[in-house]
Design a protein around this ligand. Sequence first.
Ligand code: BTN
Length: 331
Amino acid sequence: MNEPILNPEQLADQLLLVIRRRPNDRIELEKLSKKFNADQPTIKTAIRLLISLGYRIKLKKSELIFLSAPDSLIETELGYKLKSKIFGQNIVCYNSVKSTNDLASILADDGAPEGTLITAEQQTQGRGRLGRSWHSPPGTGIYMSLILRPKIKPELAPGLSIITALALAQAVETVCPGEIKIKWPNDLLIGGRKAAGILTELSAEKGKTNFVIVGIGINVNQGVGSFPEEIRDRATSLRRAAKRKVARVELIKGFLHKFEKQYLQFISKGLASALPKVRKYSSLLGHPVTVRAGQKKISGIAESIDPQGRLLIRTDNDLIPVSAGEVTVER
Ligand code: BTN
């Protein structure tokens, strides 16, 4: 039976599913025309739409050859063969935005479902922790925010940053094995330089969590010299560590799958079950550190992370839990 008539975008989506299963093969337009109940000019228009999105397709008079998909942060690619069941089931992709976290908050306020993913190819006012900015040039990095609606007490929310860092480390591990470290609470370092950061923002009232926005910035394909001078000696990219270009779409999908697993475990069992894995990646635990939070300064051995996600510092006569701050390792 013929397929129902589709609009050009729907037709392009459907065609893509068929042609990408046969890469480098000659596919007759006539066959597609029959399958999709559309004349050949309409099929060609839909194929040109895909080409304009970055798909490499050789379009000839009566046939086409699918060559490859783009590594672009677009719904069709991020949603294709996505293993996670909640995270990324609703995806909103932008070319350029001020901050994906800001947009995520607006969408969450409007009732967007848990797991909604917002991505951008570029941010013009990307935000980092502690009021800093996040360098977000077009096309090379990953800038994304995820809307979560966990039924947890607000004081447990810092644990979400920790499991995000864990899932991100696990995902990056597949790209450059043995290189990634988590610096509490949620910086990802390679060779002591920052490769990714997490900005978790909470909306809560009367002891109840409304939603949490987990914002993630990853330096993926930036070249060594492309970082602004003020962060050049502290920043790195996955490309630099892997010594090759890294596929952003695959990295995001891998992360979403791993993060969803960690998240469901966190919701049902708390942070404790993730801590052994966090410990494995930690750049701090067991080391002498100084934590600065405002005017306060605590020095001691970073001993552990508690179920609320606080760093426990062993001083001469105490074990002090720290909720937030800048940590430096003392050598
Ligand atoms: C940090 O390490 O300071 C956190 C950086 C978080 C950056 C990401 S990029 C996507 C999302 N949108 C933002 O404005 N910030 C986060």
